[in-house]
Every structure is written in C-alpha cells, then in structure tokens.
Design a binder for this molecule. Sequence first.
Ligand code: HEC
Length: 189
Amino acid sequence: MNGKLITTLAVCATLTLPAPVLAKEVNQAALKQQAVGIVKQFGGSLKPALKKALKTGGPAHAIDVCSVQAPAIAQRLQKETGWSVRRVSLKPRNAETAVPDAWEKKVLEQFDARQAKGESAKKMAYAEVVDGKFRFMKAQGVEPVCLTCHAAKVSPQVEAALQQKYPQDHALGYSLGQIRGAFSLAKDL
Ligand code: HEC
C-alpha cells in the first residue's frame, strides 16, 4: 500500500466515523424544536383561556376552566403529535396528573437551583435521552397573573374553589419569578 492511499483511507475514516454521531445530534436538535413548538401551543392555548375566564367570570370560574381545559389541551396535543405531554410540579395541584416521576423531580430541582442563581424561567429548559425516550422539560415561571391562584395569600373565593376541587392542593405559597412547574414531554425513539 502506498503512502497516498493510506492517507486517503485515513481521511475517509475520519470523515465517515463521526457521521452517525452527527446524525443523532441533528435528530435531537429537531426533536427539541418539535418539543418547543408543542410547549408553545400548550401555553398559547391555555393562557388566553385562563385570562378570558378571569376577565369574564372571576378567579373561581377560571379555576373551573383551568381544571377542564388544561388536561384537555394536553390530551389533544398528545393525540395530534404522538408525544406524551403533561405539566408537573414539585408542589402539585392536580394529584392525578402533576406528580413528577424520578427524572422529572431531578430536573425540577435543577430548575429551582438555576432560578435561585438568578436565571430567568423564560428560556429555562432541559433535554435528555432516557431509556430510549427523548425527554424534554420547559420551566414555567410565576408571573403576576399566576399569583391569583398560586400565591401564599389568595382570596377566600379562590381558596374555597381550590379546596373543593383540589383537597390535596400543594400549589400555593409561590412568589414572582419562582418556578411553578414545568411542561414535560417525551417521545419514544
Ligand atoms: C384561576 C386560577 C389559576 C391561575 C391564575 C393560574 N393557575 Fe396554575 N393551576 C390552576 C389550577 C386549577 C390547576 C390545576 C389544573 C389541572 O387540574 O390540571 C393549575 C395547575 C398548574 C400547573 C400544573 C401542575 C400542577 O400543580 O397541577 C402549573 C405548572 C401551573 N398551574 C402554572 C401556572 C402559571 C405559570 C400561572 C400563571 C401564568 C398559573 N398557573 C395561573 C389555577 C390557576
């Protein structure tokens, strides 16, 4: 074998070897983009519904709307996209849907730590491949409108409505900027 051929082979090897790795990375970037899109749709459907309900019927009515709309939007998005879609929290309100699994708990704790160091929730997200699934979480920070139903002190009507619908509610006591919870998405690879 002459030197030129060896060099050519060596170059080819280095060029072809990283390709599968690269393809996987590109794939993950595409998945992340899809996940971000689904989160935008979720927030983009829920927030206007919440604001409208607050405006037209007040907070107790908005709690009714939220308790029906939020799970319904998550289910619709699951059907439309094939992703698993839900919201989770370290202090869950909906005991059936929002209790985090071990991985989600770890990520939520990391989000809290990042927020405590001064990072805003606006773009806070985390993605990882876990047990053959692409998993993605996007933090949801506490904005002024959220305080009506998630602050330490809420109105007596809100308290009564929450007590009735969510007797095991843990989602009070938040202040502005804290991490209320996160959208949690997963897709089988
Ligand atoms: C009108 C009252 C109300 C307001 C305002 C409100 N929420 Fe909630 N929130 C609820 C209710 C009710 C649920 C439970 C919904 C369900 O059953 O899925 C909930 C659930 C959640 C969850 C899902 C996890 C869990 O604990 O069940 C997150 C995350 C959340 N809210 C974040 C926010 C954020 C962020 C804002 C502000 C942008 C906000 N909420 C404003 C009433 C409210």
